[in-house]
Design a protein around this ligand. Sequence first.
Ligand code: ZN
Length: 171
Amino acid sequence: MDLHVQASRPPTGFVADTMLGRLARWLRMLGYDTAYDKSIADDLLIERALREERWLLTSDGYLAQRRILRGRHTLITSNHLDGQLGQLRHDLHLSLDPSGQRPFRCATCNVVLRPIAPREAIPLVPLYVAQHYDHFAQCPCCRHVYWPGTHWVAIVGRLAAIRQGDSSLPR
Ligand SMILES: [Zn+2]
């Protein structure tokens, strides 16, 4: 086994600190398993990262210095979402391409969405949406229904702009 190659593979599971809730939601929409609890204490956050073998994302320089993490963390340096995602793309070679290599996750629950038939979705979405969309997915946890509407188009566009900002990297 080539350990160097294995070590350079992007992490598949993350845990984000309490300051990074927005980043956590976007990573989930990109399909990355991202644990987030807005009120978790630092020690419990580290414990969870180690127990569940999640890569810690933190904006806290003191937290990032904790030796117990053994380097399995990224110190997020930007206060802005675009900069944060761009940093993960650069530092971890994380793909910001949402075109379906990974199953989409609920932004709120971090649970993989399941596709549902239009007849199941119609009673749960606004009339306009029911009339104009054919593809729906539902969170099995909170039951929220997702569809590829204008909000999703805006998300896809924003991610494309971040990728173009550093086109020397993979998508
Ligand atoms: Zn949910």
